[in-house]
Design a protein around this ligand. Structure first.
Ligand code: DGJ
Length: 534
């Protein structure tokens, strides 16, 4: 179905066709923690993102089997501006409709990715009718005066066109998704610029020499003489901060227009800089929500609910640091892209441990291409197995995890090479997690698994009660204060499964299953633990 532009105004003001009684997906905040409410209750996105060119009807049959294979509860999938608006003001929602229909058939939720003005810092998804008019929809100018393959945020016609198209998309979702299959929408994709820190065109120069917007100064708690320009206020950071502000300001306007149409939570994803040893600006994508400009983005784009890290780092300290930097009282942690194969899938637990509302590896479909630490590869059931293992355990208990996380009760541990024992503190108890120990036998030193694949989630559900699930590790509980002379007793350890969001008991663990600690292998197992002392 195409919505002619003339009809758009009428359609936009028409009464809501598929009015829903269930509440909209919504982000809520409490005590610096966050939850994504779906149907009014916390929800954990255990998602996969399809490849960039997989959101075409002919590709969808190769997408859904991968979603099923890994037990994902959500599919992230692009909406291409070039497909959605083939002629100016003529919108074609047929592909969106098909994706919605098929998602419902597969009983998964959706996160839609609006590939609009920016896609990885470029503007390759502009419709052809825009590409035909590069002066009206321009790229930015580098310091050497040459065009750079990145859109400028100083292009009113492009802003107007993107705003109109994004509004049409959000309007269409409002009309056709009363059951809230779509949970979140990503506005643009990894915006910013590679190969230049900012736009150096004459128009951009005028803004650069003009006064820094007072709302930015207020947000950053900075005082400056009236009318002070960017270089005066920000010195050597001026180029980068300037680009971040104007990219965010542009996207903030697109987002606000879409949100006014249909108030789904919106997010923007970031191509990251090194979180531990950041290089100088110019060595990473400039202008997107990198960790150093999060406050600028928050001030410039208040309609954006979440700034999200795309984590392609394969080392523990950097991965953990990114999780830390993006889980803030003013920013829910949501990882919309990451590596989803091999031992790195254990960082799903790390993200949950940082309170994430969702975690979703990139490029998970059976078209042709997937991301691994060593480059692209064709996905197979075998290389998806570690991800499937995570989601098999976590997806059925996703609601419970999201609720407990919102209450601040969840901690996770993931194995790192050379650290075979980790300890998590829970008030009067500590949980000792060890890796590379045989299932039976108390006196074996943990050596670590041959590859670091251990991971565990532990939630404290009462003063002496815990919920524990994980893989390739042993968990033991001890009183935090060893000097009190009391020792731990397992009063009861109950293994169960989650069905319809509720724990159903399967058996009680005792004897070999508890005498040497609680051992988690390659089987998806979750236990309720009731502790005492003697
Ligand atoms: C990050 C982008 O956001 C994705 O769309 C994709 O291009 C991946 N990089 C890797 O290919």
């Amino acid at each position: 179905m195409k919505i002619p532009s003339l009809l758009l105004g009428f359609v936009l003001s028409a009464p809501l066709a598929g009015a829903s009684t269930s509440p909209l997906p919504q982000i809520v905040h409490h005590d610096g923690r966050h939850a994504l409410l779906v149907d009014g209750r916390p929800y954990l996105i255990l998602g996969v993102q399809a490849g960039n060119s997989s959101a075409w009807p002919a590709m969808l049959p190769k997408v859904w089997p991968a979603v099923e294979e890994v037990h994902a509860n959500t599919l992230e999938i692009p909406v291409y501006w070039e497909q959605f608006e083939p002629q100016p003001g003529h919108f074609d929602p047929s592909v969106v409709d098909q994706i919605l229909r098929e998602a419902r058939e597969h009983q998964v939720h959706l996160v839609l990715l609006w590939f609009g003005t920016w896609k990885n810092g470029s503007s390759h998804y502009l419709p052809l009718w825009m590409k035909d008019e590069p002066d009206k929809y321009p790229r930015l100018t580098g310091k050497n005066g040459k065009k750079v393959d990145s859109p400028t945020p100083f292009a009113p016609a492009m802003l107007e066109a993107d705003t109109r198209a994004f509004r049409a998309l959000m309007h269409h979702l409002r009309e056709t998704d009363p059951q809230h299959t779509v949970l979140l929408v990503q506005v643009e994709n990894e915006p910013g610029a590679w190969d230049t820190i900012r736009d150096y065109s004459p128009t951009a120069e005028k803004f650069f020499q003009a006064a820094v917007p007072p709302e930015l100064l207020t947000a950053l708690g900075k005082s400056a003489p009236a009318g002070a320009n960017w270089p005066t206020v920000f010195g050597s950071d001026a180029d980068e901060y300037f680009h971040a502000w104007y990219v965010a300001h542009y996207i903030g306007q697109v987002a606000a227009a879409g949100k006014a149409e249909y108030a789904l939570p919106l997010y923007v994803n970031a191509a990251l800089r090194d979180p531990i040893n950041p290089p100088p600006a110019g060595n990473y994508e400039s202008g997107g929500p990198t960790d150093n400009v999060i406050p600028i983005w928050k001030a410039a784009a208040p309609a954006i609910d979440i700034l999200s890290p795309d984590i392609y780092m394969a080392d523990g300290p950097r991965y953990q640091k990114v999780l830390e930097l993006y889980s803030r009282p003013d920013n829910p942690l949501f990882v919309p892209e990451t590596i989803g194969m091999g031992p790195l899938t254990r960082y799903c637990f790390a993200a949950i441990g940082h309170g994430a509302i969702g975690w979703s590896p990139f490029g998970i479909d059976f078209t042709t291409y997937g991301a691994t630490p060593s480059g692209g590869t064709r996905l197979t059931e075998e290389n998806l197995a570690p991800l499937a293992l995570d989601f098999r355990l976590l997806a059925p208990m996703g609601r419970e995890i999201a609720r407990l996380n919102y209450e601040g009760k969840v901690q996770c541990a993931v194995e790192e090479k050379g650290a075979p024992v980790q300890t998590l503190g829970f008030g009067s108890w500590k949980a000792v997690v060890s890796y590379g120990v045989p299932a039976f036998g108390m006196h074996k030193d943990p050596k670590g698994n041959p590859e670091p694949i251990g991971r565990v989630l532990i939630a404290q559900t009462g003063p002496n009660d815990f919920l524990v699930g994980g893989y390739f590790c042993r968990v033991d509980f001890q009183p935090a204060d060893s000097s009190a002379g009391r020792q731990r007793e397992y009063r009861r350890v109950t293994e169960g499964v989650y069905e319809n969001d509720a724990f159903r008991m399967l058996r009680i663990w005792n004897g070999d299953q508890t005498d040497y600690g609680l051992n988690f292998s390659s089987a998806p197992q979750v236990v309720q633990v009731q502790l005492g002392t003697y």
